[in-house]
Design a protein around this ligand. Sequence first.
Ligand code: ADP
Ligand code: ZN
Length: 679
Amino acid sequence: MRAAHRILRDVFGFDAFRPGQEEIVEAVAAGENVLAIMPTGGGKSLCYQLPALMRDGLTVVISPLIALMRDQVAAMRAAGVSAGALTSANTEDETAAVHDALADGRLSLLYMAPERLASGAVPAMLRRAGVGLIAVDEAHCVSQWGHDFRPDYLRIGQLRRHLGVPLAAFTATADAETRAEIVEKLFDGAAPRQFLRGFDRPNIHLAFRPKDGPRRQILDFAAARKGQPGIVYCGTRAKTETLAQALREAGHNACAYHGGMEAGDRRDVEARFNAEDGLVVVATVAFGMGVDKPDIRWVAHADLPKSIEAYYQEIGRAGRDGAPAETLTLFGPDDIRLRRTQIDEGLAPPERRSADHARLNALLGLAEALTCRRATLLEYFGEAAEPCGNCDLCAAPPEAFDATQAVRKALSAMLRTGESFGAGHLIDILTGKATEKVRARGHDDLPTFGVGGELDRAGWQGVFRQMMGRDLARPDPDRRGALRMTEAARPILRGEAGITLRRDTLAPAPRRPAARQLVSEEDAPLLSALKAKRRALAEAAGVPAYIVFNDRTLIEMAERRPDSLDALAGISGVGQKKLEQYGAAFLEVINGAQEAVHPARRRLAGRAAGTLYDQLLAAQADLARGSDGTEKPLSCSASQLARVAATRPADAEALARLLGEKRAERFGPAFLDVLRTAD
Ligand code: ADP
Ligand code: ZN
């Protein structure tokens, strides 16, 4: 077996590389200069951690966030790798221990904040320590035009020249300008080997909904995912507070996070989010780069993000471990107005502003898309894709209609009123509603008055929202959001182009079935037992739960139920060190679960009645508190269920003889259904 594969299996516990990882690992291990662009969750860290173990000497990792470095060091140590960090958050003892290890040549990985490079002594110290490779995480921080710019990143190029060692840079930001800047600043313009790995994150479910009682929409979405860690992004600080409060009242473990909070409070939230299992953080975009938690199961946007890039980055925080994750983005005309105004009133030069409008347009196009969201998103990033089967539009294609006439009427209403009014007033005109404002301005005499009978108010709202989304109409910031026609709309007005829109996206959403479960119903109890064990071990060790094992690993354990240490070693994410440290504890949980199967059920194993028993058990669980969930808990004994499964009573009376009146009344109809469909 090749060295890289062996380390991958023994140290990291993974059977296979993720797409793109292997080539990068090979190149970095061979000492090439590398720039790798991989999506969040693609597994960038491994691309320098693994080569660090293959190469002689120390690998120094420059990373912008202290919390993130500490977690990575903890994760590396848990895997048995000697790693340390030099950051301002270190205690004196920690720093001394790192220096000792450096002096003895015992460290494989040294994490360091870029600010450290400002100290003149550091390059010489690194040289003495025998650095053989520099890895730069979040390399886009070197870009002066990006929002994550960190001036000290500009010192990295100098360090590379000073040490004369190869450099590997990693980022998830891929636009050509940023890439060029990275090459110039980190590699002195000498092109490194570049790897560009696709943007798809197939495990993330994508969904958008027009706002329709947004608070309720967010609460419903969160309720279906209760107990799972998630992020709700909001447009304003005030909203993070009120929504967090509402979530707490609904029984969630939730807290707010925004840039106006004290630094210490912000760090507390970050630390809690990392360490706890089911915290919901309601945040502005300030909650971002430092979030490295791999098992975030959902991300909701209570307000529309500012661009398609921002959207991709924010939803991308979910499901880095590769297990299923879900997202929901809400949007409405107010969002569009707000985002346009922010761009127009911003300080950016005009060409930048029009680029920002284009990025917003791309996001709105995604929000109003008629076919697969993922394909639409990937197309924006220049990738071709088939319909994905894991988005709301693949699940339920929207009804489209030829909206050419409707849009022309709307444009005409806008133009005839001097482009001075918002959608509400224009809809009054189109639907022939003679409000005071309409009459006062004589708009009931316009030829467009009352010509829009083909759609109701909600229908017209959908049309206007989509017109704004397609950038056919823009709110004018100088005129309090009055809608102006854009050049893009002219061909439609002139009858030279047609347009198709989605119909009634404002109709009440079908009540979304409960969140998809991570494992089958049968494996769910074992998964929660494994999670409880993980929590206990993590708390005892003072590390976040995922440092012990991530969700993906626990899911595989619950499904495959390894019954020996050997079998456990075959689970993805279980390396040698973790096998030694935790293997026995988790095996005990798995074996315990095996035994928890009732003897009455075990006797039916491998027979049709066994399956029937399980179906009866599931039907019973649904009715444990009655069909409306409010009655006294009630259940049948295992031997009663086994008898029903084995004898298959044909009617209610026969069933009542086995179960008694009370139980037959609650469960009878459902059980008979199970028995009938089993025939
Ligand atoms: P990125 O920095 O690219 O966002 P990370 O390096 O944090 O991603 O990796 C995300 C998650 O994927 C981590 O939990 C990591 O353990 C896991 N991972 C990385 N490589 C593999 C692999 N080859 N097989 C399985 N899981 C992996
Ligand atoms: Zn799709």
